[in-house]
Design a protein around this ligand. Structure first.
Ligand code: CA
Length: 231
């Protein structure tokens, strides 16, 4: 899996340390000291996953995240933060991050998160032919990794796509939040299931006619979520 990773971090010691650990695991790593440089690299290279520090000289990690999401909806994004009050913002609807880590972090843990995200971007079950999951008016082509509503493509982030695929594989099944966390983020994810809720809200905003009255992704009180049963 030779995925390209971009690390945007002004502290060179952390940057190098992340780079070495990822390279050891077979990733191709690009480094940037500022958000501006990071954007230039993202436009030039084919970046699969960006790791963004929040506190940067010039534009901050939030801005970089927003711009990357606009230009590259399918890029995986992991945010690094030193402040616990940033977490609510990271988890907000506005930025669309796939994951986050709090500093100081264990490099092994970061590598696991990157690998888990890489799997969301590039699942191993590749087939030669189109494989369609259909739940009218939605359709997922698992070969091209595209999601359609009424035959119009809706751009999903890697995490939103992974959740949508999980639902369309088993319409009508109620998934617990922790189950979604495990199936999408990976069993090694020691995270907050709030990240599941945020991604569900983003997915609803993209696919529901009225996201505050969702009909496709139902809330199962006290449990989690369920894709509506096929008619
Ligand atoms: Ca920094």
């Amino acid at each position: 899996m030779d995925k390209s990773i971009l690390i945007v971090e002004d502290e060179s010691s952390i940057r190098k340390f992340v780079k070495i650990n990822l390279e050891r695991n077979g990733f191709n790593v690009f480094e940037a000291e500022t958000g501006e440089d990071g954007l230039l690299i993202a436009r030039k290279e084919n970046i699969d996953i960006a790791i963004l520090d929040i506190m940067l000289p010039g534009i901050d990690g939030f801005q970089v995240c927003k711009l990357l999401r606009q230009e590259f909806p399918k890029m995986g994004i992991i945010m690094l933060t030193a402040k616990s009050q940033d977490i609510d913002k990271i988890m907000g609807l506005e930025y669309g991050t796939d994951d986050y880590m709090t500093k100081p972090f264990n490099p092994t843990e970061l590598v696991l998160r990157v690998k888990s995200l890489a799997r969301r971007i590039d699942p191993s079950e590749k087939t030669d032919s189109s494989n369609l999951l259909i739940s009218e008016p939605f359709k997922i082509d698992t070969y091209s990794r595209k999601f359609f509503k009424d035959n119009v493509e809706i751009e999903l982030t890697p995490t939103e796509y992974a959740i949508a695929k999980l639902f369309l594989e088993q319409p009508g099944r109620a998934f617990k939040r922790d189950e979604i966390l495990n199936l999408v983020w990976g069993y090694d994810f020691i995270g907050d299931s709030k990240i599941v809720d945020v991604n569900i809200r983003r997915l609803r905003a993209k696919i529901e006619e009225d996201p505050s009255n969702p009909v496709y992704i139902e809330t199962v009180w006290g449990i989690g979520y369920r894709w509506k049963e096929n008619d």
